[in-house]
Each structure stands twice: as structure tokens, then as C-alpha cells.
Design a protein around this ligand. Structure first.
Ligand SMILES: [Zn+2]
Length: 379
């Protein structure tokens, strides 16, 4: 496993994304800029500099423990959380569905840390590093899976390549947005990735909804839904502890992947994402944020301002580039300014389309469709 610190995964874009179970990581200039700023004079505070060792936990708030699981790609790790529920625990997110992660879960079970059992498994959203072991864990503990309806159905659709979630649909959408035909075989090659790393996704669930209060031991966690990264991503806020389990919605050092999904070619996920971020601004400034990647931190309002500015700058650059008609494929170099490999291009296409769609719906760009390619032009 490559070290998180050596690799510098914190200056990379979040590459885990629906259907890209073993995806590479995109490293756009835009994210490096944002991270560099934070490296020099970060307004964020990181109260827990020490990382949990593999198979160990660190308590970050009364009754809330942090564990870290490996990821077999450049993002390197995911943070998972255990909440005390009487003698039992609630698991929040499950880790990637591979042997390495299951071995660490087994270590925790054998160490009797989970000796009294698990009352529930809560998943923030359907991406493979979050639900990869949902089937395995719920079976191990005979515990129910708590997840939003959209995320539950998305996981099953991706497992089955149904509901427009198949790679053929993605390849067609990206071709329509200017991606060269030569990338199609690479896109189709990944058609089994999701099922491979999310084996045995549960066939039943307990639905969680916006505003739900989930009682866990002495605490109540309010569900705040976020949009734009996944269809109905749950975050959990505990007012009495001053803690937000933010999933992938608010990350300290990397920007969350915001992509147009293949099943929603007209989607405007960037608008959804920015609106969701603004809702988190209503939480207290001193909230301890527990993100899925990176370190727990305080300074959420500052981080939200950084992320908002990051996207505003990208939109301004795209607007300038679209003085002449451009497809999503033709603006990749504007957004990412370096050579992208075949996997990275897929994430980049999704992100480029998300930004173009935002400008189009805002009235700043017009959409020009010819028989083969969709392009955008200012005015
Ligand atoms: Zn995600």
C-alpha cells in the first residue's frame, strides 16, 4: 500500500465515482491550486494529527470512533466511523469490497471491539468504497442496512447495469460530448467493476430521509442530504456533540467529484452540489467535520468558501474558453492542463460536462448540437 503522505493524495481530485470501482485518481490543476493554498496558510484546524493504525480506532468525540481502511488506488484510504449504541456499535460506511478491507474488519471483530455486535450499518452513499462490504457486514452481524432510497436503488442498478447505468450509455454520452471513439473500448472494459467491488449488496434496507433524527445511544443524529456527488448522499449531524459526518460532501484537502451521470444527460449536478454546500454553512462554525477522506477538521465555513471559489474560478475559465464553440472534450485542457490517461479522462469528462451544464442553465452559454457533437458557446 502506498503511503497517503508520500503519495500526496490530498492534492488529487476525488476519483471514486459511480461505476469506477478501481478508478485512478484525477489530478487537475484546479485541485492542486486549492490544496496548495491550504498547505501554506490553512484556515482549517486538524485536532487529530495521529492516524488510526490499520484495524485500530481513535475516539474523536464521546462515543464516536474513527477507523481507516485502505483503498487500492491513489486515493489511498477511506475513513469509517463507529458510534456507540449501548453495548453495540453502529457502523457508518463499510469500506471497499476486497479482501484487504474484510481482513481488517475481521481483526476488529476478533479483537472483540465489536463483541456485543452491531445494531445497524449506515451508508452515506452507494460508491464502492462506502458500500463495498455492506452485504458482508450486514450478514456478519445480522444488522440492517440504513441508506437513502436513491442510493440503495443506484447500487442495485449499477450491480445489474440497469436503469441506464451501463457503460454503453456512458460511452455514448461521452462520444456525443466530443470524446474520441478510441476511448470507447476502455470505457466498456470497466463494465463489471462496480459489481466486483460491491458484491452481494443487500436485498433489503431501512430508508433514511432528509431531516430524520437517528437515535444512537445517548445521541441523536440528524440526516442532512447532499446532492451533486451522488443522488441522495446522507450526512449525519449531531448537535449535542457538535459533529458532522460529512461523507464525501465536504472534504478538507481534495475537491469532491461532481459529474454528469450517464443516466441523466441533462443533469446540472454542480448547481445541486453548490446548493448543498451552502446548506452546511448553516451549521455552527466550530463543528467537528468527519470526512470520508483526509483528516477530521474544524473550519467548515472556510472550507466551503474555498470550494465555492474553486468552482467559480473554473466556471470563469470555461466561459472565456467558450468564446468559440467547444465540446466537453475540447475544454478538458482548460480545466486540467495536463495529459490525462484513459481512466482520468472519464472523470474529467463528467466534471467538464457538469461545469458546462451549469453555465448553460445559467444562460451564460448556448448549446449547439450538430449530428455528432454537442458544443457550447458564450452568449
Ligand atoms: Zn463518493
Amino acid at each position: 500500500m502506498i503511503s497517503f503522505w508520500i503519495l500526496g493524495a490530498e492534492v488529487t481530485n476525488l476519483g471514486e465515482f459511480a461505476g469506477f470501482g478501481d478508478a485512478n485518481i484525477l489530478t487537475p490543476n484546479c485541485c492542486a491550486i486549492s490544496a496548495n493554498r491550504m498547505n501554506t496558510e490553512s484556515p482549517l484546524q486538524y485536532p487529530f494529527a495521529q492516524l488510526p493504525s490499520p484495524g485500530e480506532t481513535i475516539e474523536v468525540a464521546p462515543g464516536v470512533s474513527w477507523l481507516r481502511m485502505p483503498l487500492p488506488f491513489a486515493l489511498d484510504h477511506i475513513n469509517l466511523w463507529l458510534l456507540e449504541d449501548g453495548d453495540q456499535r453502529v457502523i457508518v460506511d463499510c469500506g471497499f469490497g476486497n479482501d484487504a478491507t474484510r481482513a481488517l474488519w475481521t481483526q476488529l471483530i476478533d479483537a472483540r471491539f465489536l463483541k456485543a455486535g452491531v445494531s445497524r450499518v449506515i451508508a452515506t452513499h452507494h460508491h464502492p468504497d462506502h458500500v463495498g462490504n455492506a452485504g458482508w457486514l450486514t450478514r456478519q452481524f445480522e444488522a440492517p442496512l440504513w441508506i437513502s432510497q436513491s442510493e440503495y436503488l443506484s447500487a442495485h442498478a449499477l450491480c445489474d447495469g440497469a436503469a441506464g447505468q451501463g457503460r454503453e450509455n456512458m460511452a455514448a454520452l461521452y462520444r456525443r460530448n466530443g470524446l474520441d471513439e478510441s476511448h470507447t473500448p476502455g470505457i466498456l472494459k470497466g463494465r463489471d467493476h462496480y459489481r466486483k467491488f460491491v458484491p452481494d449488496f443487500p436485498m433489503s434496507y431501512r430508508r433514511i430521509c432528509e431531516g430524520d433524527l437517528i437515535r444512537v445511544g445517548a445521541n441523536a443524529w440528524r440526516v442532512i442530504m447532499g446532492y451533486g456527488h451522488a443522488p441522495e448522499h446522507a450526512t449525519l449531524y449531531c448537535e449535542s456533540l457538535g459533529v458532522l459526518i460529512s461523507g464525501d460532501m465536504v472534504l478538507p484537502r481534495i475537491s469532491t467529484n461532481v459529474s454528469v451521470p450517464a443516466s441523466q444527460p441533462e443533469a446540472n449536478p454542480l448547481r445541486l452540489f453548490l446548493e448543498s454546500l451552502s446548506r452546511f454553512s448553516a451549521l455552527p462554525a466550530q463543528t467537528l467535520v468527519l470526512p470520508s477522506h483526509g483528516l477530521p477538521f474544524r473550519g467548515m465555513h472556510e472550507r466551503i468558501a474555498q470550494l465555492t471559489e474553486h468552482h467559480r474560478l473554473r466556471l470563469a475559465e470555461l466561459l472565456e474558453a467558450c468564446e468559440t464553440p467547444k465540446s466537453a472534450a475540447e475544454v478538458l485542457q482548460v480545466l486540467f492542463r495536463r495529459q490525462l490517461d484513459s481512466h482520468q479522462i472519464l472523470f474529467a469528462m463528467g466534471e467538464a460536462m457538469a461545469h458546462l451544464h451549469y453555465l448553460y442553465e445559467d444562460g451564460a452559454l448556448r448549446r449547439i448540437k450538430d449530428e455528432t457533437v454537442i458544443r457550447y458557446q458564450r452568449g
